[in-house]
Design a protein around this ligand. Structure first.
Ligand code: NZQ
Ligand code: ZN
Length: 385
């Protein structure tokens, strides 16, 4: 096991009817900016619960943060923060609203030339404006980590940021919120969380038995609850397992002491930036090709995953590893998620070259050994056509 340090300061408030607890989490004298997305919270009762809990606090609202939070929209919110002298941010939404809020937390105290530099110069935010979240969509884990991904339509870019100052102070997780989530987004959430675990597990053996078993248990739980959640999102028990699995998949715990890959995400982000494909679907497009292309380097963990998660007992290490990739792809299909780029766009020719060029320009070497070069990414994306 590698050496590690672990600190996660986010307070989690989990369970039925917990949104009312907002009242005691936000300082009474705060000037709050309530941030939300395209308006789903106004149709499913979450907005009423939040505003009721905030009735004694000074609140300004900013809605309209789109999926894949857009830089230009966030810059409008930054103006509001300055004009209204906001002191506390509250994100009510999924990963997009929470990530947008993290960007604002950093940007509101950033004194460089342009807040876009936070993304392009990879500035690690050691502090930010305090914020909390009310999670409405289990998927990204953003509610308990310090990372964010911001999109800029003008340049067709989607870049990551983060830092120890960008953990939410608290996150409220009421599994009942999933009732109103459309099936497509539920499938996305399962796929995203599943791939988060794979990125931190599908590397090479490092002798971290507990981290491996944490990771495998999250995968097994997601596989078990997926059909139940899709069939009936009002059923509280699978909803609770689903929500907590998504948070545990990316709150830093299973990453500690082990190598991390994250190349699937880096290639996937480019597909969202270029074609607007939902984040989770880009992962399902890239992952099977990534694991086939890097088969030799990853086959021991692939075989372990095949045995322990998919109960593949027959054959050699290679056989089990290959079966594990097939099971993973079949799982995505079972969720209704297509796994080829050509299923999403007819305009895919040249994509692999474009992504490879972008990675070359950024000087990126990816993967758990930093050995995945732009030309490898080009081949993987081409395999995913
Ligand atoms: O905008 P509204 O109206 O709220 O509707 C949203 C949106 O259309 C809807 N939705 C959310 N909660 C709902 C609901 N609809 C009905 N009922 C509810 N309770 O769902 C749609 C998608 O929302 P979004 O927030 O975009 O989804 P998700 O949580 O999957 O977030 C995706 C974003 O997170 C980033 C992705 O790149 C993408 O930009 N990620 C963030 C990470 C992180 N911070 O750690 C890691 C991830 O790998 C990922 O990259
Ligand atoms: Zn993701």
């Amino acid at each position: 096991m590698n050496n590690f340090e672990f600190k996660n300061p986010t307070k989690i408030i989990f369970g039925k009817d917990t949104i009312a607890k907002l009242e005691s989490e936000i300082p009474a004298d705060a000037k709050v900016l309530l941030l939300y997305g395209g308006g789903s919270i106004k149709k499913n009762g979450i907005y009423e619960q939040v505003t009721k809990a905030l009735s004694k606090v000074d609140v300004t609202e900013f809605g309209g943060i789109p999926a894949n939070p857009e830089y230009a929209v966030l810059m409008e919110a930054l103006e509001v923060i300055k004009d209204k002298k906001i002191t506390y941010l509250l994100a009510v939404g999924g990963g997009s609203v929470i990530d947008g809020t993290k960007f604002l937390s950093a940007a509101s105290i950033y004194d460089g030339d342009s807040p876009w530099d936070i993304l392009t110069k990879n500035i690690r935010s050691k502090e930010g404006m305090p914020f909390g979240t009310v999670l409405t969509l289990p998927a990204t884990g953003s509610e308990m980590n310090s990372g964010a991904v911001i999109t800029r339509a003008e340049t067709k870019e989607k870049l990551a940021m983060g830092g120890p100052g960008l953990f939410p102070e608290f996150s409220i997780l009421d599994p009942q919120v999933i009732k109103s989530i459309p099936e497509r987004q539920l499938a996305n959430g399962i796929t995203d969380a599943f791939t988060h675990v794979l990125e931190q597990y599908m590397t090479y053996p490092i002798g971290a038995s507990l981290q491996d078993r944490f990771a495998e248990s999250i995968l097994q739980t997601l596989i078990e609850v997926a059909p139940k959640v899709l069939k009936d999102p009002t059923d509280y028990k699978p909803a609770a397992d689903f929500m907590w699995s998504c948070t545990m998949a990316l709150n830093g715990l299973i990453q500690k002491g082990v190598p991390g890959d994250w190349a699937v995400h880096m290639m996937g982000h480019e597909l969202t930036a270029l074609f607007g494909i939902d984040h989770a679907r880009t992962l399902a497009i890239i992952a099977p090709s990534h694991y086939k292309y890097n088969f030799e380097a990853k086959k021991e963990k692939l075989a372990q995953y095949g045995e322990r998660v998919w109960n593949v007992t027959e054959g050699s290490i290679d056989d089990k590893a290959y079966a594990a990739i097939e099971k993973t792809e079949a799982f995505f299909h079972q969720l209704g998620i297509d796994t080829k780029l050509s299923d999403y766009t007819k305009d895919y020719e040249g994509t692999a070259e474009e992504i490879s060029k972008r990675f070359t320009d950024r000087g990126w070497k990816l993967g758990e050994r930093q050995a995945l070069l732009p030309e490898d990414a080009q081949k993987i994306v081409k395999m995913a056509y």
